[in-house]
Design a protein around this ligand. Structure first.
Ligand code: ADP
Ligand code: MG
Ligand code: MG
Length: 509
């Protein structure tokens, strides 16, 4: 069969509610018509499952934790179409986003004015803020910070002629969902998803399509950042600390970071501790060296510490403070963590603000990624946003200052919450954001112990960036690979561990 993939068409991307378009009807039409015949599906799915399991696409069982076994991570059988132009654009822009986040993290006045109201009502952000100000007062022992950030974007439909980008098809662009500065995961799962899809397309005898799947060096990109931090620290006997959850479900993702470091640099040890263990066994010396179980810590990689539930008592907060006081290089430092809050994201989207941090042309390019973000402060603008959200809740997402998925509010629930808090300071703990409606595609969700069927899905692309520097200068700054998560179009948020989202990779067209 000839492959007539039409780059001038929507490639299977379509609007919510719209019928499949005549030209392409379905993803990869002409190359790989969907649905796949049953016999093809029955053969490819077990092969793909084995490939996934044997290449580390696994997680701990969520409902019955067992240290001796792993469950296959859910994944989509086929890669998802993503316009090459938009992919290239966000890859190209990532170093600018790194610079932006680095400069925001180091701008005390901006952090202060952005978060001033939030910390009055949001206890968690306030506690982070207190650590930040305490260490600022005492004197920062380590001027270098390691940013391992992930800018998440979704495709969105735009009308022909609405902006310069849309002069040629496809009429889709990207909007940023958020920038993560702490625990930006999937450095292993991102690349491994692409490997699953290479294998699947190969087994389907579609090797001619493989050039649509881009290289993805996320694992090495992120880990090389940690190795650089370790080198900057300058003690060959010191180790890298991963701050972990009490139970790590996404264990493969984390362990492969560790194994990469071990393979590249056998002399560097990685130790894994949760905040409770650090509180019990960590020592801060007078010269601000952090020692845990006799190991001096050169670099700290937080894969936990981003949600209140990970701080069981004052002891865990004390541990976070001591890490921050130390001269270990942290990813993130506390000011980087604060720079990644939703409130700061919203403040950055205010007209003209980006120009404080970037040149005019850079600010214009980064600003094109933003969608509408609105303050809910008790100000005339905040009142207007409340009114807007009450009138059209389906057009917005209400966001508290939380990470890790599952915290945002959608649709009628926005109304319920806003009705309750609209006249109180509590509303200042949230921001409001335009709801992005990404185009739909069809794909097969492969999930352990579940039948495989064709479903409607939407995707979120994460672009990794690594940046190292201090208040004065940036020493390293690069794009560091990507990851794609796809979820059923019927759900608001699709965490992979929660089973509503799954691993995916991009098919560029
Ligand atoms: P978190 O830090 O918890 O990951 P996000 O802002 O990324 O918070 O929101 C979690 C999820 O909610 C996203 O992965 C996405 O699926 C959905 N989401 C967030 N913001 C929007 C938006 N503006 N439009 C559509 N979906 C959104
Ligand atoms: Mg986040
Ligand atoms: Mg997110």
């Amino acid at each position: 069969m000839s492959c007539s993939f039409d780059t001038n068409c929507c490639s299977g991307l379509r609007d919510e509610g719209a019928p499949p378009c005549d030209n392409t009807t379905r993803f990869l039409e002409g190359c790989l018509p969907l649905p796949l015949p049953d016999d093809v599906l029955n053969e490819i799915v077990p092969k793909a499952k084995d490939f996934a399991l044997l290449h580390g696409a696994g997680m701990r069982y969520r409902d019955r934790y067992d240290a001796d076994s792993l469950e296959m991570a859910p994944f989509f059988l086929l890669p998802s179409a993503f316009p090459r132009r938009e992919f290239d654009r966000v890859v190209r822009l990532q170093p600018l986003i790194n610079i932006l986040m680095h400069r925001v993290a180091h701008n005390h006045e901006f952090l202060e004015s952005s978060l001033r109201n939030t910390i009055k009502v949001d206890d968690f952000t306030r506690r982070l803020w207190e650590i930040y100000t305490t260490v600022r007062k005492e004197g920062v022992a380590q001027a270098l910070s390691l940013g391992m950030v992930r800018s998440d974007v979704m495709l969105t439909k735009c009308q022909a002629g609405c902006c310069q980008l849309c002069e040629t098809p496809p009429y889709v662009t990207v909007h940023q969902v958020e920038v993560n500065t702490i625990a930006s995961g999937f450095g292993h799962m991102g690349p491994v998803s692409g490997r699953i899809h290479r294998y699947v397309l190969g087994e389907l005898r579609k090797a001619e399509l493989l050039h649509h799947l881009p290289e993805n060096a996320a694992l090495s990109g992120l880990c090389d950042g940690l190795i650089s931090a370790w080198e900057y620290y300058g003690n060959p006997k010191a180790v890298i600390l991963f701050v972990i959850e009490d139970i790590t479900y996404n264990i493969c993702d984390q362990r492969f970071h560790e194994y990469y470091i071990r393979k590249e640099r056998p002399e560097i040890h990685v130790v894994r501790k949760n905040l409770t263990q650090i509180s019990q066994r960590g020592i801060l010396t007078d010269d601000k060296r952090l020692i845990i179980d006799g190991d001096e810590i050169a670099a700290v990689y937080f894969r936990a510490g981003y949600e209140p539930g990970q701080y069981h008592s004052e002891a865990e907060w004390e541990a976070r403070l001591n890490i921050e006081r130390s001269k270990a290089i942290k990813s993130p430092s506390i000011h980087y963590h604060l720079a990644g809050t939703k409130k700061v994201q919203q403040e950055l989207a205010i007209n003209g603000v980006l120009k404080k941090f970037l040149s005019d042309s850079e600010a214009a390019q980064v600003g094109q990624l933003f969608t509408g973000l609105y303050t809910l402060d008790r100000s005339p603008e905040g009142d207007k946003a409340v009114e807007m959200a009450l009138a059209h809740p389906e057009k917005f997402v209400l966001k508290p200052q939380r990470e890790g998925g599952g915290n945002n509010v959608y649709g009628e629930d926005i109304k319920k919450i806003l009705e309750k808090i609209k006249d109180s300071v509590e509303r200042e703990a949230y921001i409001l954001m335009d709801r992005i409606r990404p185009p739909l595609q069809n794909n097969y969700l492969v999930k352990s112990h579940n039948p495989v069927s064709l479903t409607e899905v939407v995707s979120e692309l994460g672009i990794f960036g690594v940046v190292i520097g201090n208040n004065e200068e940036i020493l390293d700054n690069k794009y560091a690979g990507h990851m794609l998560r796809t979820k059923l179009s019927s759900v608001n948020e699709g965490g992979v561990a929660a089973g509503l989202g799954a691993l995916d990779s991009v098919y560029l067209f």
